[in-house]
Design a protein around this ligand. Structure first.
Ligand code: HEM
Ligand code: HEM
Length: 183
């Protein structure tokens, strides 16, 4: 996709978008793995839990700020024409899967922040005031957070699978579109 006012089609995403892509990929994978394997399994009665939640919230809120910056960069920079996979249906679906990332990550942020607001987490975690509820599962945003996390895991698996398909089977050098070089 090129923006309407770009005269020469570009071969790569903008370097700022590439940097944000890889930084956020690392942060989001860390949040998903840390959230599922460390934060959620630790009982709320465990003294370590507040520290786990604190780390999770700091990384998540940084992702929130970067997501806004990324959306602005994405909307204001020119990007390469849609990749061709050799399958018409996949070519139609691919751009939607990219937008789905923005929607799912945003939903994780909103459900996480709602859960935090409902239980006074900012005060408990950052000011040492109050105590954690016995668990978070009675809160609807906790249920949403868990379900959307699984959907995000699945989307990332599909996305990595598609990148490997392009790189190894189609051999079209798709990864270079998301890597630094001459535009
Ligand atoms: C090791 C993991 C990953 C690999 C190998 C990878 C690879 C790529 C590649 C090659 C593209 C360019 C596709 C094209 O030219 O059409 C791309 C785009 C994109 N990737 Fe990833 N990616 C990874 C992880 C992630 C993660 C974790 C997210 C978000 C949670 C993500 C979100 C996106 C989005 C939204 C785009 C479209 C560009 C944009 O609108 O920002 N990727 N990725
Ligand atoms: C990109 C944003 C986020 C991602 C990817 C993410 C990911 C996750 C994951 C995967 C879990 C474990 C879910 C499960 O195993 O069922 C989790 C738990 C949790 N998340 Fe997030 N999260 C994000 C944002 C937030 C935010 C913004 C907050 C709060 C401000 C938050 C607070 C929590 C808490 C408190 C838990 C533990 C719930 C429990 O112990 O039952 N998360 N998160």
């Amino acid at each position: 996709m090129t923006t309407p006012n770009s005269s020469t089609p570009v071969q790569r995403y903008h370097p700022a978008l590439m940097a944000l892509h890889w930084l956020m990929a690392l942060m989001i994978i860390a949040l998903l793995l840390g959230g599922s394997l460390v934060t959620a399994p630790t009982p709320n009665t465990d003294p370590e839990k507040i520290g786990h939640i604190k780390g999770h919230m700091i990384v998540a809120l940084s992702v929130g700020v970067l997501l806004i910056v990324r959306l602005l960069v994405r909307l204001r920079t020119s990007h390469p024409a849609p990749a061709r996979s050799g399958m018409a249906w996949a070519d139609r679906v691919a751009p939607w899967t990219h937008w789905a990332f923005y929607v799912l990550v945003f939903t994780m942020l909103v459900s996480g922040m709602t859960m935090a607001a409902m239980t006074g987490l900012p005060d408990i975690v950052f000011n040492g005031k109050g105590s954690l509820p016995s668990d978070f599962w009675h809160l609807p945003p906790r249920v949403v957070h868990g379900i959307v996390a699984k959907a995000l895991f699945a989307l990332i698996a599909l996305h990595i699978g598609a990148a490997v398909y392009h790189q190894v089977i189609r051999k079209d050098g798709l990864l270079s579109r998301m890597w630094f070089g001459k535009r």
